[in-house]
Ligand binder design. Structure first.
Ligand SMILES: Cc1ncc(COP(=O)(O)O)c(C=O)c1O
Length: 449
């Protein structure tokens, strides 16, 4: 490894980073994170802070899970790679498919298709939804519905159903036939509705209106996150997903639950759909399936959807997949990670520490006017919307948001910024004392606004 001077000198010189300005990064280079242990990360300057981001909503088991690390290195020794395109497979992939199916059985999922991450999973699910309808004799069902504020990755399909325009505008035109419903975002919505139940009902009514306008026979799928993550931790009313499930069933539309963040315990339940008592037709997963230690994603299908493919003629073949689908090392990581996830019952800790973080931030809102809205309370996902003035809800300016971000870091916690929101999704193994330290760092940071 080159020395620290080299790393500092070359930081962001040649490497373009996702979701940032490559020119700006040359002047304001990113923090170099060198090491991690437990729930802490250490940068090249020796700052040791709690990672309230969990890597990127993914390091559910924290950074020191030896069982997952060992599974990866053992698998590297035995079989570092082999293709899983039709004709060959590998033992870890078979084991991982079994473990995943046990994990998601209660959600009604019976088959899995492995990918390299969340964006792959979303695009694959959208393709499978179209193919499913074609196989059922409804080839006109090609359109997709989704929610504003939703995040579904950056591939063309995911970007097309994405509900945050900063991920869309530079790349348009996107897929045609993608239509967006309002988000269950009580703080800001076109209905000016602050009651979550009434807002849910209005969105459901808007969905029915849109479906009838489009013609139900043209819509393939509706995709949603059970709790919207990257869009600002937007928690719908408990009735919302269930009501949308009913609408989807009524109109023959497949419901895809995007569990890339919510899956594997983040919401305080093993899946987001289960948290709301819903059985979707398909699920997309990534992140927590390997705790971020290896890039793996997956598409899950209900028995009913799977049967359409498995009993079809030649047209049931899947002409989609990636080189790293069912990668043996990723699959070994997934097997170990699912085992550890269950053994440690991290969903229970997510529920209690999530409540602690949410309550702690709500107390900070009594003290700091810069906090416009606090969202969460369902597992370890907490969002704080920052405003310049509370009555006008004017988003806090980017410079001050940056200042708060750095001050929180200086006080001992890494948080994530998404526009004027602070987003937090710490490892699900975090302790009570570590959670208090995040709240204390936020308190300091808001004081600097
Ligand atoms: C809900 C959701 N879907 C899809 C994705 C895309 O996943 P990836 O970044 O692994 O491609 C993300 C990423 O954060 C996500 O939060």
């Amino acid at each position: 490894m080159k020395d620290d001077n080299f790393l500092r000198e070359m930081n962001a010189r040649h490497l373009w980073h996702p979701m940032g300005h490559p020119g700006d990064a040359r002047g304001n280079p990113p923090k170099i994170i060198r090491k991690a242990e437990g729930v802490n990360i250490t940068d090249i300057d020796g700052n040791d802070v709690i990672d309230a981001v969990g890597g990127l909503w993914c390091v559910n088991l924290g950074y020191s899970n030896d069982a997952v690390k060992r599974a990866i290195s053992d698998q590297l020794a035995d079989l570092p790679y082999y293709s899983a395109f039709a004709g060959t497979t590998n033992p870890s992939a078979i084991e991982a498919s079994y473990a995943a199916m046990e994990f998601f059985a209660e959600d009604g999922m019976e088959r899995i298709f492995f990918t390299s991450g969340g964006s792959d999973s979303v695009d694959t699910a959208l393709r499978m939804a179209r193919q499913h309808h074609r196989l059922k004799g409804e080839p006109a069902r090609t359109k997709f519905l989704s929610l504003k504020k939703g995040y579904h990755g950056t591939h063309w399909g995911g970007a097309s159903v994405n509900g945050n325009n900063r991920f869309r505008i530079a790349y348009e035109p996107l897929l045609s036939g993608c239509h967006h419903l309002p988000s269950p975002y009580t703080y800001r919505n076109p209905f000016d509705e602050t009651d979550p139940v009434k807002l849910a009902d209005k969105i459901v009514a808007a969905a029915v209106d849109e479906i009838e306008f489009q013609d139900p026979g043209t819509i393939a799928a509706f995709i949603m996150e059970p709790i919207q993550g990257a869009g600002g931790v937007i928690v719908p009313d408990a009735s919302f997903m269930r009501k949308m499930r009913e609408v989807c069933s009524r109109f023959g539309i497949l419901m895809i639950s995007d569990e890339v963040i919510c899956g594997f315990g983040r919401t305080g339940d093993w899946t987001g759909a289960r948290h709301w008592g819903v059985k979707p037709d398909m699920m997309t997963i990534a992140k927590g399936i390997t705790s971020g230690y290896y890039p793996v994603g997956g598409v899950l299908l209900s028995g009913e959807v799977a049967e359409v493919f498995e009993t079809a003629g030649a047209d049931g073949s899947l002409w989609t997949g990636v080189t790293y689908s069912a990668h043996p090392v990723g699959a070994a990581a997934a097997v170990a990670c699912i085992r550890e996830t269950l053994r440690l019952r991290i969903k229970d800790n997510a529920a209690s520490r999530g409540a602690q973080l949410h309550e702690g931030v709500k107390r900070l809102a009594e003290k700091h006017d810069v906090i416009g809205d606090v969202r969460g309370g369902h597992g370890l996902m907490t969002g704080i919307e920052l405003v310049g003035d509370r009555s006008g809800k004017t988003p806090l300016d980017a410079e001050t948001v940056k200042k708060v971000h750095q001050a929180v870091y200086d006080a001992g916690a890494m948080v994530r910024i998404g526009a004027n929101n602070i987003l937090m999704s710490p490892p699900l193994t975090i302790t009570k004392e570590e959670t208090d330290r995040i709240i204390a760092a936020l308190d300091f940071g808001f004081g600097e606004a």
